[in-house]
Every structure is written in structure tokens, then in C-alpha cells.
Design a protein around this ligand. Structure first.
Ligand code: F6P
Length: 192
């Protein structure tokens, strides 16, 4: 049957510094993942064609760089907008905006960053992506932590309030095979 592949981008410079958001480049390890990804996916595809969707941010585009398929860069796949907290670490957010930090902890799905987005906003913005996915042949989405949580959680029937806590490891290709009510899932971790 047809398959939906998804992956977070390779490790970024901001991931290394523990900073939120931004538009940083991949780290050396992240670039290694980008180099390994074509081999990992080719094995699964067995000669079939595929399309790749990335966000408009450098780290997902760089992760797709070596993939020999047609690519689309979609703004709807950009990471959850952390607004005034963009570029800060969690420690700095707690220091500068202690009340917001606590509110997010209480209701992470609904908490909207000042000048930014909530998970609820992201779920809404992903609706056209999900619509397109319903009538799409094999596709690989290279996204971000919050984005992959929402997409994966949608296809695996998670409750909304669980979405912000789903563990999506770095450097791992997720393969979903749609079935009647849910999806069969496989995780392929790159050996980096
Ligand atoms: O740390 C990487 C990152 O993608 C940030 O850019 C983003 O703000 C965060 O993860 C989302 O995860 P959480 O909702 O758990 O803070």
C-alpha cells in the first residue's frame, strides 16, 4: 500500500545550543543524516517514485539536499512560531517570562507564545497538508519537532492534548502505512 514517510530535519546548530525556532544551518551530525537519508529511503521504496515536502526553513531544505526526488517547500510545514521567545533557550524563557513558562506547562496544547503560535494553531495550519496527504502517492515530509508531532499524532489517532508530548527522535525515518482506522508504523534510526 501507499506510504507516508516523515522525519525531523537533521540536528541543527540551534538544537546544539538548545535554542528555540530560528533558521539555523545543520550541524555536522545533521549533515551526516542528510547524506545517509537517500540510502535509507531508497531501500524502502524499491524503485518507486516519491515526492519530498520540506518547510521553507534552511534545516529541512538542507536535510533534503541529496534526495533525488521532486521537492516542494511548504510554509505550512514551518516550525511552531515561538514569537518573542524565538532564539531563546528554555532557561531564558523561564527567566524572562516566568508566568508564560508556567502557563505553557499547564496547558501546552493551548498555550500561544506572545506574538507566536500554539499547538492548536499549528494543527489548524496543517489542515491543508493533511488534505493533500489523503490523496497523495508516497511522500516524505521533512519537518520540525512540533510539526511531526502533530502529523504523526493525527495519523496515529492521538488526543489533541497528548500531541505536544509525543517523542519524535532525531535522525529517525518514520514509515506509516495507512490502514482502515489507523496506520502501521515503523521507525528506522540512522546509525550516526
Ligand atoms: O527545540 C527544537 C524545536 O523544534 C523548537 O524550535 C520548538 O520551539 C520546539 O522544538 C518545540 O517543542 P516544544 O513544543 O516541546 O517546546
Amino acid at each position: 500500500g501507499r506510504k507516508i514517510y516523515m522525519s525531523r530535519h537533521g540536528e541543527s546548530m540551534y538544537n546544539l545550543d538548545g535554542k528555540l525556532g530560528g533558521d539555523s544551518d545543520l550541524s555536522p551530525r545533521g549533515r551526516l543524516y542528510a547524506q545517509m537519508l537517500p540510502g535509507i529511503i531508497k531501500e524502502k521504496l524499491d524503485g518507486k517514485e516519491m515526492v519530498v515536502w520540506t518547510s521553507t526553513l534552511k534545516r529541512t531544505i538542507q536535510t533534503s539536499e541529496h534526495l533525488p526526488y521532486s521537492k516542494l517547500h511548504r510554509k505550512a510545514l514551518d516550525e511552531l512560531d515561538a514569537g518573542v521567545c524565538d532564539g531563546l533557550t528554555y532557561e531564558q524563557v523561564e527567566e524572562k517570562y516566568p508566568e508564560d513558562f508556567a502557563r505553557r506547562d499547564e496547558d501546552k496544547f493551548n498555550y500561544r507564545y506572545r506574538g507566536g503560535e500554539s499547538y492548536r494553531d499549528v494543527v489548524h495550519r496543517l489542515e491543508p497538508i493533511i488534505m493533500d496527504l489523503e490523496r497523495q502517492e508516497d511522500v516524505l515530509i521533512i519537518g520540525h519537532q512540533a510539526i511531526i508531532r502533530c502529523l504523526y499524532g493525527f495519523f496515529m489517532n492521538y488526543n489533541q492534548d497528548e500531541l505536544p508530548y509525543i517523542k519524535i527522535p532525531l535522525h529517525t525515518l518514520i514509515e506509516l502505512t495507512p490502514k482502515a482506522y489507523s496506520c502501521e508504523e515503523k521507525f528506522y534510526k540512522a546509525d550516526i
